[in-house]
Design a protein around this ligand. Structure first.
Ligand SMILES: CC(C)(COP(=O)(O)OP(=O)(O)OC[C@H]1O[C@@H](n2cnc3c(N)ncnc32)[C@H](O)[C@@H]1OP(=O)(O)O)[C@@H](O)C(=O)NCCC(=O)NCCS
Length: 245
């Protein structure tokens, strides 16, 4: 039975810790939630860690959506757009739920909204190298300059903040890397709110966006982008999910 209701002015993020190695009994339980295509895809990863992150992500997606609609976790069917973004395909007759997923070492996250375009990205700052030298390729000129102007000991964290915010935006748009990363700028000061601006090549309106930056653990950074349009900011709640429960 669906246990949670979501209003159009709310967004929920469900985060689950992922152990490495994955307990075998849990793995079998989660595999049973997958569609045949997903189970097949899981076999194709080069390492067990990546296969487990994929399994945890798809399972979290199904378990999370089933909190909001009377559908069994293995009853969801998805379709992907040409850039790979998944959306709910069936069953029909449920609320207009939208979701976006992200995974990194040790953490998976699922963002849920009602009808609103939104994206999420998580990164593990301990495991992942911060290629500060690539900032001029990955970031806009203003972002790269703002990063370079920081004291050296703050640059690594700020690099991941820009990275996750930029990913959350391209994921909310659903267009992947067909959106040129250097042509939009996140403006990050000490005080919220975070703003975005666009070079003329990107057809979008800065005032319609809401961003959030979070630290779900000491080593993880998480960013959320929500296209809320003209309405006030959505209320965002972060919730802990336990895959093993
Ligand atoms: C696929 C992409 C959207 C994100 O990839 P990622 O950061 O490696 O992966 P994440 O864990 O954050 O997200 C993966 C999930 O995003 C979702 N996703 C895939 N394509 C998507 C798209 N076009 N739009 C939104 N979501 C998408 C999927 O649900 C996917 O998980 P699943 O395959 O298990 O369903 C894509 O933007 C990408 O490959 N980015 C490259 C990274 C890069 O160079 N970034 C520079 C940042 S400054």
């Amino acid at each position: 039975m669906a246990s949670i209701s979501l209003s159009p002015d709310e967004a929920h993020v469900w985060c689950a810790a992922v152990d490495d190695p994955f307990p075998g009994e849990l793995e079998q339980r989660l595999v049973r939630l997958l569609s045949p295509d997903e189970a097949d895809q899981r076999q194709r990863f080069a390492t067990e860690r990546l296969a487990n992150e994929y399994l945890a992500t798809r399972a979290l997606c199904r378990l999370t959506l089933s909190r909001y609609a009377d559908v069994a976790p293995n009853g969801w069917r998805f379709k992907r757009n040409r850039y790979g973004r998944p959306e709910i395909e069936s069953p029909p007759g449920i609320p207009p739920l939208r979701f976006n997923l992200s995974n990194t070492h040790g953490l998976v996250a699922c963002l849920v909204t009602l009808a609103v375009d939104a994206g999420i990205d998580v990164e593990d700052m301990e495991r992942r190298h911060a290629p500060l030298g690539t900032a001029t390729e990955l970031f806009s000129a203003d972002e790269a300059a703002a990063l370079a102007s920081l004291p050296a000991d703050q640059q690594r964290t700020r690099f991941f903040e820009y990275w996750t915010l930029k990913e959350s935006y391209i994921k909310a748009r659903g267009l992947g890397l067909s959106l040129p990363l250097q042509q939009f700028t996140l403006h990050l000061g000490d005080a919220q709110p975070i703003r975005i601006s666009f070079a003329p090549g990107i057809n979008d309106s800065p005032s319609e966006w809401q961003f959030g930056l979070y630290r779900p653990s000491a080593r993880h950074v998480m960013a959320v982008a929500i296209k809320r349009g003209a309405r006030p900011d959505l209320r965002l709640e972060i919730k802990a999910a336990a895959l093993a429960a």
